[in-house]
Design a protein around this ligand. Structure first.
Ligand code: SF4
Ligand code: SF4
Length: 430
């Protein structure tokens, strides 16, 4: 038994399932990432994490717990990582983008549940995910109904805490969200035995926002033509950030951006200049959900931006005027999170505005609206995004899909869409 296998076993991981999971992942990486050409050299670090997804980082977390630290997992960007870091904890995103554990999940949840929820819950009950196993606490949220009901089941399998997320963006909601974060702070203090102070919270917010600023820089680089990095690689970087240690991850993105900015200055890209540019908007694409990006890019397009929680929704908002006290800073954190234009809010015109703004800023030829099957919030919002884009003459492809492996139908629809974008370009140039 290897050192890592022993570690996984001690965490209660089902070794047989886990072995199958890692083998499947290696196949996906060979199929998607390793076939790309002209990649930036500084993707090396992220490739090394991809090749060792449950080894080194999990070991770091084991060591962290041996020193008395806590590990907190969550499934949503409404959960403030900053508070976890302030009590000396480590945070890990547990959302999953694979149908590996679907059957295990369906033993407890209805089949017609969004695949992201089934995958995330399935990885817990199948015991195939070391990150879930190592989490002292899983923090849920009341965003969509599917998740709310999943958390009612999850309490029987793991220590769980629930944050109530407002549904409307107004002053009352802001006050309420602040009080939810204050209660969460107290819970974390009791769990960890450490207090949140104005100083450690300030440092944590600066650390997290350093990561957000590095991601903003990465996405800014993607505005160039030719794009200096593929959409698949950029998506993978954001996905890997859900688990990595914040400071190291931030440094690695900045290193990558140094190279990308040099590439831009020299006119070097992953595609030819003038490749068709696509914005993907909608449901989050969690690790290792790479199918759509891979299809678009193998068909000659390039994904230049994601309006998603594994994309702009994650890092676009920063705290404004942090204030002096812990409560001031937590209020500012609540404000930052109220700026996330998730489809769980109503009404949600801000998200429509975001899609239009990003389409312009990234100079895209078209938008793909990606909604997971049974994801009511994003499927419903597809209609108003469609109307808004039509008024601006921006072509849209609406996709509703699950985590199934077949690329056939999806591939055909993407190819047809890219062909349409190509014809639009030719007409514009006539
Ligand atoms: S889409 Fe909404 S509920 Fe899902 S991770 Fe993003 S913010 Fe959370
Ligand atoms: S993808 Fe949609 S249904 Fe699934 S968890 Fe997110 S908001 Fe809920």
């Amino acid at each position: 038994m290897t050192e890592y296998e022993q570690m996984w076993q001690e965490l209660g991981v089902d070794l047989e399932k886990h072995d199958r999971l890692l083998r499947g992942l290696a196949v996906l990486i060979r199929k998607h990432h390793k076939k790309q050409k002209n990649r930036p050299v500084n993707m090396d670090y992220f490739d090394s994490v991809l090749d060792d997804p449950h080894g080194h980082r999990v070991k770091e977390m084991v060591e962290h717990r041996k020193q008395g630290g806590i590990v907190v997992g969550s499934y949503c960007i409404f959960i403030p990582e900053d508070l976890v870091l302030a009590v000396g904890g480590q945070h890990v995103g547990l959302c999953a983008g694979s149908n590996f554990a679907e059957q295990d999940a369906e033993y407890y949840l209805p089949r017609n549940t969004c695949p992201l929820i089934k995958a995330s819950f399935g990885f817990k009950v199948s015991k195939a995910c070391p990150y879930t196993q190592i989490s002292d606490l899983i923090v849920g949220e009341t965003t969509c109904d599917g998740k709310k009901k999943m958390f009612e089941e999850l309490v029987h399998h793991h220590q769980t805490y629930l944050i109530e997320v407002p549904q409307k963006k107004n002053e009352r909601s802001r006050e309420f969200f602040t009080s939810e974060f204050l209660e969460f702070k107290t819970f974390l203090e009791n769990l960890s035995g450490k207090r949140v102070t104005a100083d450690n919270l300030q440092q944590s917010i600066e650390l997290v926002e350093g990561k957000f600023k590095a991601l903003q820089r990465l996405f800014n680089c993607r505005k160039a033509d030719p794009a200096p990095v593929s959409g698949l690689d950029a998506l993978t970087v954001v996905q890997l950030g859900m688990q990595d240690e914040v400071k190291r991850f931030t440094d690695q993105i900045n290193l990558l951006c140094d190279e990308l900015e040099k590439r831009i200055a020299e006119g070097v890209g992953v595609t030819q200049k003038g490749a068709l540019r696509v914005l993907i908007a909608g449901s989050p694409m969690s690790f290792p959900n790479w199918r759509l990006h891979s299809i678009v890019e193998k068909s000659g397009g390039v994904v230049v931006c994601e309006e998603s929680c594994i994309g702009t929704r994650l890092f676009s908002n920063l705290c404004d005027g942090l204030g002096e006290t812990v409560e001031d800073k937590i209020r500012s954190l609540a404000d930052r999170h109220m700026g996330i234009n998730c489809a769980c809010f109503t009404p949600n015109q801000e998200r429509v505005d975001d899609v239009l703004r990003l389409a312009r800023e990234f100079q895209v030829d078209g938008v793909i609206h990606y909604a997971l099957q049974f994801c009511h919030p994003y499927n419903n919002e597809a209609g108003k995004i469609k109307r808004a884009l039509r008024e601006e003459n921006i072509p849209l492809l609406e996709i509703q899909t699950d985590y199934g492996d077949g690329d056939g139908q999806l591939g055909l629809r993407v190819e047809t869409f890219l062909q349409l974008l190509k014809e639009n370009r030719s007409e514009e140039n006539e």
